[in-house]
Design a protein around this ligand. Sequence first.
Ligand SMILES: [Zn+2]
Ligand SMILES: [Zn+2]
Ligand SMILES: [Zn+2]
Ligand SMILES: [Zn+2]
Length: 350
Amino acid sequence: MDPSDTLRNKCAACYRQFNRKEHLVEHMRTSYHSVHEPMCGYCGKRCRSFESLREHLIGPLPKAECERVFRDRGCDICLNIFSSRNAVRVHRDTCQLSYGNSGLLHRFASLGIQDDLRIDSGKTKAVALACKMVGGGSDGSLDLCAKVCIIDEYENILFRSYVKPHLPVTHYRYETTGIRPEYLRDAMPLRQVQRKIQDFLCNGEPIWKIRPRGGKARILVGHGLDHDLRCLELEYPAVKTRDTATYPPLMKTSKLSNSLKYLTRAYLGYDIQSGIQDPYEDCVATMRLYRRMRSQPHRNENYPLATDPQNKNNFASWRQSELERMSPDELFAISRSDFYCWCLDSKDYA
Ligand SMILES: [Zn+2]
Ligand SMILES: [Zn+2]
Ligand SMILES: [Zn+2]
Ligand SMILES: [Zn+2]
């Protein structure tokens, strides 16, 4: 095989090389490469997740040249590479957060209850929700929601309440929840909490009418939302949820979820969930992760999703021979993402 041929068959996104053009075409069909994938700031390689970008830059087995540059002027939190060492130092002060950043709000959070969740058509577009669970069932392993919190984008508490479960609590999990039986005795019943939150999220829009874009319904941010929603007996359309546990760029290279504790340490630079835990802390962490992901400066493109009708069949609508005549760059240019990048929440894509 002529080495220049192999070079011609190099994927323009992940730089994998193929002996034959048809293998590169096959690779493109199944890879869904896009401008929304995390990218090495030095060599431009696209990675499926930030974890694989981290491996590329830091290791194990990093790319030697990229590692050298990254060590010199890279930020180990957002994994971006800057123009100088000084630029990284300045940047890092804004990149590394601490729980204390929410300062005053945090102190409010440790005060009582705020359970008058109001529906308004105000500008609260995205909200984060988190729960703390106590145990039910004979062995205490059944999760029952006992405390719930909702915050807005600016980390203000919109709703915070103890919840009285339907079923008897058999284990309060006090060491992590800090919840005592007397806190739940006169707490708001689950049914009432469920209705309040549902109405707030839908924001006057009938649930069956909620569409991915536009409308009044709010974007719901969380970590492991399926579980939280199930425990709250709440239904909310997936097109309006943003889950840091199942967002491909934030998942492990093995495609399993990372814990919120890990994501907060790795991508925000501080520790959570030690000792007694409050759902406010989880809300703040997920909202910050969401906002970071949303603010990524990805290029605007028409019809960014492989599933957009205009991209119907993505590569399948092309003839194999046409695709094999395209250059790797041209193939990458028509490739679209198979996940909804959160940067699209900040853009008005039709
Ligand atoms: Zn590739
Ligand atoms: Zn994006
Ligand atoms: Zn690189
Ligand atoms: Zn950074």
